[in-house]
Design a protein around this ligand. Structure first.
Ligand code: NAD
Length: 286
């Protein structure tokens, strides 16, 4: 049987999550998607109306199929955690069972088990504020949506990930080097995510024979990145200064994820893998 992947954090065809889904689909995996509740409607409508058909084309000419789209809000672990104003919010009230625990239960009910779990989501409400001007609330929100969300997904999905399975998240070099403009505690959130990748690799490896890795990706003009506001500058900086002076394609991150999820990477766990045209290796830009 082919492998089954659950990819959290797809709401359009521009981001890393979509590219990862495509690479996994091209390698023969069945694709399940978790989409942020407020974005669900437009994503499903666009899918249904064929708006993504061009970008669904796989190398063999067939179209990527998504077996099921689940509404998900990864900042809530179970229904008890959801505050009243969110529960009654128009965009949330139309969907059901979107906390992490409930999504894992639904996937178990619908499909039994999975082999691959991908976390391709982040959110920092104060990302445009310097770290030193970030509020406690904003900082904790960034950590909740961008770091703990991976722990929560792993925690709830691990029981249904087959032994030999793999999990992947997406990180950014702002965790370890100064990237002015990546504020609001987002740099801290990525540092936590990378450190957690190691500890979780130990725990998931010993207990379930599941691997945990993260991809440190270079800049991509996704929806989330455009919201930060400096993405064009970062893309140009990379073009000028990286060892490989070429555009970074989302597909290259997707292909790395497919490799990391495959038996070819059976001894790789706890790793932060750079997919950034080598920019991380530069000391100064030239
Ligand atoms: P994206 O907009 O395609 O993906 C982010 C997704 O997160 C969106 O679909 C959004 O709806 C979802 N999301 C936000 N809050 C959520 C929540 N509470 N619950 C569920 N889903 C939620 O943008 P992207 O840039 O492809 O981001 C994917 C990952 O890649 C993120 O972890 C990001 O930090 C990382 N990354 C991006 C870049 C870049 O330059 N774009 C570079 C390095 C790492």
């Amino acid at each position: 049987r082919g492998k089954r992947a659950f990819i959290a954090g797809i709401a359009d065809d521009n981001g890393y999550g979509w590219a990862i889904a495509k690479s996994l689909a091209a390698a023969g995996a069945e694709i399940l998607v978790g989409t942020w509740v407020p974005a669900l409607n437009i994503f499903e409508t666009s899918l249904r109306r064929g708006k993504f058909d061009e970008s669904r084309v796989l190398p063999d000419g067939s179209l990527m199929e998504i077996a099921k789209v689940y509404p998900l809000d990864a900042v809530f672990d179970s229904p008890e955690d959801v505050p009243e104003d969110v529960k009654t919010n128009k965009r949330y009230a139309g969907s059901a069972k979107w906390t992490v625990k409930e999504v894992a239960e639904s996937v178990k009910q619908d499909f039994g088990t999975i082999d691959i779990l991908v976390h391709s989501l982040a959110n920092g409400p104060e990302v445009s504020k310097p770290l030193s001007e970030t509020s406690r609330k904003g900082y904790l929100a960034a950590i909740s949506a961008s770091s703990y969300s991976f722990i929560s997904l792993l925690r709830h999905f691990l029981p249904i990930i087959n032994p030999g399975g793999a999990t992947i998240s997406l990180t950014y070099i702002a965790s370890e080097r100064i990237i002015p403009g990546y504020g609001g505690g987002m740099s801290s959130a990525k540092a936590a995510l990378e450190s957690d990748t190691k500890v979780l690799a130990f725990e998931a490896g010993r207990k379930h024979k599941v691997r945990v890795n993260t991809i440190s990706a270079g800049p991509l003009g996704s929806r989330a990145a455009k919201a930060i506001g400096f993405i064009d500058m970062m893309i140009n900086y990379s073009l000028e200064n990286a060892p490989l002076q070429k555009e970074l394609y989302a597909e290259e991150v997707g292909n790395t994820a497919a490799f990391l999820a495959s038996p070819l990477a059976s001894a790789i766990t706890g790793a932060t893998m750079y997919v950034d045209n080598g920019l991380n290796a530069m000391g100064v830009g030239v």
